[in-house]
Design a protein around this ligand. Structure first.
Ligand code: SF4
Length: 365
């Protein structure tokens, strides 16, 4: 794999550390839906699916989605044959829909170009859609027991503490990678990678690491120095900007709401939305916003706004409500109780909830 290369002092304690970690894993491994029983081979399809779902999401959130996907599409060929809209719908709530589109594209590539069998090397995996360096290493290690260097946030934290690395992230990444590579054993590298992930998730946690339970307690430089919780250091982040948008809540006299499909590319591509202006840095003036209205109507502003934070920006949406006088070709008209049948991203679900609550007639005394 091509990563900035840094060499570290060969660590004479590496074999002992790896052995201690594997022994700890044999006693304390987490039971996870995609993890094979001890001594049984992993299913590359299950490992790949779980790794894509776990990017930016927690184990607890992923569990039900993982089971649902496996029951709907038990093999990579089944997933490849599925309709993209069905996949996006099943993905709802996991966020980052580009990953779901890539997941489907990857299943098609494996089914179509590899006879339904995942490549068993990092390089082969990296050539597939949606598989980056970390995921390729994780699948190569976990599914195929390759001595790949797996480095996620958990493992970075453990390495920074074990070797007491004082360089802040992200500059520290090549150093942490070199330490991780140095420790990866030739024997049971897949179990070793999962062991360090588990240690980071359950023992070497960001706050209050439980060093007394750690198999590396006696070798860990940060623990010895008493400053584990301070590490890893992080370079100060740029503030997340706020963008503004105006959504158009068009309600037909029969109660149906207007939604439409977003363009296939870009943020939330291919998903359904309540029509809105583009999302921009300045607040919208009413006349500028109305130029983006999807239908002609008398629009009025609903109280309050809807906030949603994406990875790179925070969004504030105001909502204009109107009953259209012209409804041709503007999108899809859906009764509110049937909105759940469409692939709505979280921000749109929030908007729907806010609008329905704001328009509910007040209770009669
Ligand atoms: Fe983390 Fe503590 Fe173990 Fe060091 S001893 S690796 S700080 S849990």
């Amino acid at each position: 794999m091509s990563h900035p290369s840094v060499t570290v002092q060969p660590a004479s304690d590496a074999p002992d550390l790896a052995a201690a970690m594997l022994a700890w894993y044999d006693r304390h491994r987490r039971v996870l839906p995609w993890r094979a029983e001890p001594g049984r081979g992993s299913d590359p399809y299950a490992i790949w699916l779980s790794e894509i779902m776990l990017q930016q999401t927690t184990v607890a959130t992923v569990g039900p989605y993982f089971r649902d996907f496996l029951s709907r599409w038990p093999t990579v060929a089944d997933l490849a044959a599925a309709d993209l809209d069905q996949v996006l719908h099943a993905w709802q709530g996991l966020g980052y829909y580009a990953r779901a589109r890539n997941l489907h594209a990857c299943a098609k590539a494996v089914a179509g170009q590899h006879g339904g069998v995942f490549p068993d090397t990092e390089a082969g995996l990296l050539a597939l859609p949606g598989i980056g360096a970390y995921t390729a290493a994780a699948i190569a290690a976990i599914a195929f027991d390759r001595p790949a260097t797996v480095l996620d946030g958990n493992i970075e934290r453990v390495m920074a503490r074990l070797r007491r690395v004082e360089v802040p992230l992200p500059d520290a990444k090549p150093i942490l990678r070199a330490h991780a590579a140095e420790l990866t054993p030739r024997r049971r590298p897949g179990d070793y990678a999962q062991a360090v992930m588990d240690l980071g998730a359950t023992v070497c946690t960001p706050r209050k690491p439980r060093c007394m339970l750690c198999p590396w307690e006696r070798s860990c430089a940060a623990h010895r120095a008493g400053d584990a919780e301070r590490l890893p250091l992080k370079r100060a982040k740029a503030a997340r900007p706020t963008r503004h948008g105006v959504a158009f809540w068009a309600v037909r006299p029969d109660g149906a709401i207007l939604i439409r499909k977003r363009a296939p590319e870009g943020l939330l591509g291919g998903l359904m939305e309540v029509p809105s202006t583009p999302w921009v840095e300045a607040r919208w003036a009413a006349t500028d916003a109305l130029a983006h209205a999807p239908v002609t109507a008398e629009w009025r502003l609903l109280n309050g706004s809807v906030g949603h934070t994406f990875t790179h920006f925070h969004l504030e949406l105001s909502i204009l409500v109107g009953t259209p006088t012209d409804t041709t070709d503007a999108g899809v008209w859906v009764r509110p109780e049937r909105l759940g049948e469409h692939a709505l991203p979280t921000v749109v679900k929030k908007l729907v909830k806010h609008a329905l609550a704001g328009l509910k007639p007040p209770p009669t005394p």
